[in-house]
Design a protein around this ligand. Structure first.
Ligand code: ATP
Length: 274
């Protein structure tokens, strides 16, 4: 990890989407070293689109993005960013051991033709130790649970000695015990001063480590501030929503929107009032 006070990610009036369709627009965002930011928002609001857009993994349709002070299109130091994608991409057909997957994180640090050095092996072991999977180093990755596989992907990012970890729902679909382990892993990374941007629906699991919340609603950043300010913001948002839609108080939740949870329904109706 390189220590610096330069912003890790800077976005000015960014818009991101697919093809030429913008999904998230007018984003202004600064991520500084040591920040641990939770990106919250209803399903489909654009959280994944935003984080992938920042990293150049989906279309960047406007505005400026800088990574470590370098315009994203010119940025080449990819090892400085560890990305843990939304759903674990380790399919059952992948025949590789846990340590082989984690070792992939070392590749940006050595030419492809050079064999792994003692330092590479140590980095893999350290990363596995951090996520609590050292004892599974030689296991076939397909035999691990979803939560453990998520930790393998975090270890892969750590082995690369990334300065920032960008994680998309690391705790989603993981049982309570594994969620707790993941939260502890993230807590220890935060304590080391690791910069993290974490998309999540489970703020409670990360409550103690997050120092900032960015909330996306209907494709715009609706809130960016401290967890305390966010709590007040949510209360005001709910009050405003009821004010504009007083009938929600006497509706059965099931009548709100077909096939959507109450939160989704709330958001569809709330769009534009953010
Ligand atoms: N590959 C894609 N091509 C086209 N549109 C997409 C693609 N991926 C997502 N979208 C659309 O972009 C919008 C935002 O999706 P996104 O996945 O960013 O939301 P999200 O906030 O991350 O949702 P969730 O919490 O469910 O993961 C949705 O309308 C979705 O249908």
């Amino acid at each position: 990890m390189q220590l610096s006070t330069d912003p890790v990610i800077t976005v000015r009036d960014g818009s991101f989407g697919y093809g030429d369709r913008a999904v998230v627009t007018h984003v202004d965002l600064d991520l500084h070293p040591g920040d641990v930011v939770a990106v919250l928002g209803p399903n489909g609001s654009g959280k994944t689109t935003l984080v992938k857009g920042l990293l150049g993994l989906d279309a960047h349709l406007g505005g400026d993005v800088e990574l470590f002070g370098v315009p994203r299109r010119q940025f080449r130091d990819h090892a400085r960013i560890g990305y843990v994608p939304q759903r674990h991409s380790l399919s059952a057909s992948v025949r590789a051991t846990v340590s082989e997957i984690v070792a992939v994180g070392r590749l940006p640090h050595r030419p492809w033709w050079r064999r792994a050095s003692a330092r590479d092996h140590q980095a893999v072991r350290d990363a596995l130790q951090t996520v609590g999977l050292l004892d599974r180093a030689d296991a076939e990755v397909a035999t691990l649970s979803g939560g453990q596989q998520r930790r393998v992907l975090i270890a892969r990012a750590l082995a690369g000695d990334a300065d920032v970890l960008v994680m998309d729902e690391p705790t989603a679909g993981v049982d309570a015990a594994n969620q707790e382990v993941l939260a502890t892993v993230l807590e220890s990374l935060a304590a080391q001063g690791r910069t993290m941007l974490v998309v999540t629906h489970e703020l409670e699991a990360l409550e103690l480590i997050v120092n900032r919340i960015v909330c996306i609603r209907a494709g715009i950043v609706d809130f960016d501030g401290s967890p305390q300010a966010y709590a007040a913001h949510e209360v005001a948002h709910a009050r405003d929503h009821v004010h504009h839609h007083p009938h929600v108080l006497d509706e059965e939740p099931t009548t709100i929107v077909d096939d959507a949870g109450p939160l989704d329904a709330h958001e569809h109706r709330g769009a534009g009032h953010g």
